[in-house]
Design a protein around this ligand. Structure first.
Ligand SMILES: Nc1ncnc2c1ncn2[C@@H]1O[C@H](COP(=O)(O)OP(=O)(O)O)[C@@H](O)[C@H]1O
Ligand SMILES: [Mg+2]
Length: 332
């Protein structure tokens, strides 16, 4: 890591974007991405994820943006030479082969010819496209396009990789392959920033996440930290709720089907669960399972994207006040 990399790989402050003076797509974004981590930016469609990425990639001009990427101010074009970017809904020229596409983009990034050739071959291999490398883009499926798109983002051997919906349209096997690629990149010391509206796979790879809702960061941190409050033990037993449940602090019971009851201990401290097991055993209660449980990223996400006023998910799109104004304007 060079000294001009800055403390964080990405350190954003007060990022705002108002499209054409109407749609308030981003509002006072504060976000930190550590070097060498996989960071997931999650949010429903229309939350502003791509807008934020495009601002970092200098494709969209921010209304306001402070902060740095790889130690340089946001908008500093030369820094992009050290960044790999997979745009959303990318289109490559249909008449090129996958290999030619990779070499073409590497040439734009001023990678020398022998390195281009070598890297194209090894990256096609990495994304599982070696056998398709000499076939035309026009014959590729959506998943293959994504694979080649990811390889393209790696052709300049970047320090930071920014992927906008890398698993969009990719089947489950392909998604697992992409996860493996991301982990390999991290193992090589690279920083990965990815956008997604798909959660489960991110949960498996991301060190930290931010959830974006209607242009605002609803929450950010490690998945462990964000779900810490919800950690618990669940003990599934036969029969009714035991009469002594109230004697244990933090313990409650819920009925289950099949005459079973689940005892829920609001802690993942193994020491606290032992006396409960002793008590159950002393009363010859059958214990089916004991497991530590925590909120999934999906639960966390659903909580973040649910409007507490209505109990329903926020509608896709930017800040509602702006939309209402717009609609009112249209009517007049
Ligand atoms: N070029 C544009 N002009 C006007 N509005 C836009 C433009 N691009 C995106 N938006 C609006 O900004 C909001 C955020 O969009 P986007 O950043 O694409 O969200 P996401 O990637 O999370 O789905 C949406 O309301 C979208 O309609
Ligand atoms: Mg998007």
């Amino acid at each position: 890591m060079t000294s001009d990399n800055g403390k964080y790989a990405i350190d954003l402050h007060e990022v705002d974007k108002v499209y054409k003076g109407k749609v308030h797509a981003l509002c006072s974004i504060e976000m930190k991405v550590h070097h060498g981590e996989i960071f997931g930016l999650l949010g429903p469609n229309g939350a502003g994820k791509s807008t934020l990425v495009k601002i970092m990639m200098t494709v969209v001009r921010p209304t306001k943006a402070k902060g740095t990427m790889l130690g340089q101010p946001i908008g500093h074009k030369p820094t992009l030479a050290r960044v790999g970017y997979l745009p959303e809904h990318h289109r490559f020229p249909n008449y090129l082969t996958g290999r030619q596409t990779l070499e073409f983009f590497a040439a734009l990034a001023k990678v020398d010819r022998p390195t281009r050739k070598k890297r194209a071959a090894s990256l096609l291999e990495l994304v599982g496209m070696s056998e398709w490398g000499n076939k035309k883009i026009s014959s590729y499926s959506k998943g293959m396009m994504q694979r080649v798109g990811i390889a393209q983002a790696l052709m300049n051997d970047p320090d930071l990789i920014v992927l906008d919906e890398p698993t969009d349209g990719v089947d489950p096997v392909g998604r697992r392959d992409i996860r493996d690629v991301l982990i390999k990149m991290k193992d090589q010391g690279k920083t990965v920033f990815l956008n997604s509206h798909l959660l489960s796979e991110l949960e498996m790879v991301c060190d930290r996440v931010a959830i974006l809702v209607q242009g605002k960061v609803a929450t950010q941190g490690t998945i462990d930290d964000l779900t810490a409050d919800s950690q618990r033990y669940e003990i599934v037993i036969d029969g009714q709720e035991p009469s002594w449940v109230n004697e244990f602090g933090d313990l409650r019971a819920e009925s289950r089907a099949n005459h079973q009851t689940v005892l829920i201990l609001g802690s993942t401290d193994a020491g606290k669960v032992q006396p409960i097991i002793d008590r159950l055993r002393s009363t010859q209660t059958t214990i089916h399972s004991i497991k530590p449980v925590r909120e999934s990223l999906e639960d966390l996400f659903m909580r973040a994207v649910t409007d507490p006023a209505t109990g329903k998910a926020y509608q896709p799109g930017a800040a509602s006040t702006k939309r209402k104004k717009k609609r009112a304007g249209e009517g007049s």
